[in-house]
Write a protein that binds this ligand. Structure first.
Ligand code: PTJ
Length: 253
C-alpha cells in the first residue's frame, strides 16, 4: 500500500477498505467500475450505521443454514470480493464445502488471473478454483453479458449460489433456473437484493467472518433444526426491516 492511513484517523477502517479497493484496481483484481460500486456501498453503509443490524444477522443465520442444507453450494467470486475478503472466501469455502468460482461481469483473461493470484496468495489451491482455464463452459441463456459463462461443475449444477456485491439480472436468471441465491448488498433497493432468496444487507467485510462462524456453529445442528431456522425466515420482511431502519436512521441522525 502506497498511502499510509494513520490509525488515529476517525475513518480509519473505511479508508483502509478504500485502499484495498484502490490497490485491487491497480493490480487488475477490481474492475474500474468496481471502484464506483464500492462508493455506492460506502454511502449505504452510513445509512445502516456501519454495523451489523438484526435484519442482517437473521439473514446471515438463514444463509448459514441454506449453505449447510444444499447439495452443491457455490461461491461466486468477483473482483471486489477478492480484493476485500480473500481469506474469508477460502474459509467459507472450506467450512461450507462450497467451491469458489470466478465469475466476472468485466471478464478478461488478465483479471481472471489477477483474482486467481489474489486467492492463491491466501492459500487457495489453484486446482480447486472453478470458472477459469480452458474448459467446456456452459452458458446461462437468459443472460447476454459475460456472467452467462459458467462452470459445468460449478454454478451450472449448483442448487445454491452465493453472489455478493452485484446488482443486475443474474439473480433473476439463476432463480428462474430453480437455484437459491444468497446475496450481500448494502443497498436493499438493488435488483439483486430484491430477487434473492436471502439478502444480507450489510458490509461484506463484516458479513464474511460472521457467516463463517455461523456455518461452523450450525454444522452441529440436525437437518430438522436447520430446516426449522430456514422455514421461519422471511426475506421480504427482512428487506422491509432494513428499509425501515434506513428511513428511521435518516430522520433520527
Ligand atoms: O468484478 P466484476 O467484473 O464482476 O464487476 C464487479 C462489479 C462490482 C463492478 C459489478 O458487479 C457491478 O457493477 O456491481 P454493481 O451493479 O455496482 O453492484 C454492486 C452492489 O454491491 C451495489 O448495490 C453496492 O451497494 C453493493 N456493495 C458495494 N460494496 C459493498 C456492497 N455491499 C456490501 N458490502 C460492500 N463492501
Amino acid at each position: 500500500m502506497i498511502f499510509n492511513v494513520p490509525k488515529s484517523h476517525p475513518r480509519y477502517e473505511s479508508l483502509m477498505l478504500r485502499h484495498k479497493i484502490i490497490d485491487g484496481a491497480k493490480s487488475g483484481v477490481v474492475a474500474d467500475a468496481g471502484v464506483i460500486a464500492h462508493g455506492r456501498g460506502e454511502s449505504f453503509d452510513y445509512l445502516v450505521g456501519e454495523k451489523t443490524n438484526d435484519f442482517a444477522l437473521s439473514a446471515i443465520e438463514a444463509a448459514a443454514t441454506l449453505f449447510l442444507l444444499s447439495s452443491h453450494p457455490i461461491i461466486s467470486v468477483n473482483g471486489n470480493l477478492a480484493a476485500l475478503c480473500p481469506k474469508e472466501c477460502k474459509k467459507l469455502s472450506e467450512v461450507a464445502n462450497a467451491p469458489l468460482e470466478i465469475n466476472l461481469f468485466y471478464r478478461t483473461k488478465e483479471r481472471e488471473q489477477a483474482i486467481l493470484d489474489a486467492l492463491k496468495a491466501v492459500g487457495v489451491d489453484e486446482k480447486s478454483v472453478l470458472g477459469i482455464g480452458d474448459k467446456d463452459f456452459k452458458e446461462i441463456e437468459e443472460l447476454e453479458h459475460a456472467r452467462r459463462i459458467v462452470d459445468p461443475d460449478g454454478i451450472y449444477i449448483a442448487d445454491t449460489v452465493f453472489v455478493p456485491l452485484e446488482d443486475g439480472d443474474r439473480t433473476e436468471a439463476l432463480v428462474k433456473l430453480g437455484k437459491k441465491v444468497i446475496t450481500v448488498d448494502l443497498n436493499p433497493l438493488s435488483r439483486t437484493a430484491k430477487m434473492s432468496t436471502i439478502t444480507i444487507v450489510d458490509n461484506i467485510v463484516r458479513v464474511m467472518p460472521l457467516l463463517v462462524k455461523k456455518v461452523e456453529e450450525f454444522s452441529k445442528l440436525s437437518k430438522d433444526d436447520l430446516k426449522a431456522i430456514l422455514s421461519s425466515y422471511n426475506n421480504e420482511q427482512i428487506l422491509k426491516d432494513s428499509k425501515k431502519f434506513i428511513a428511521d436512521f435518516l430522520i433520527d441522525n
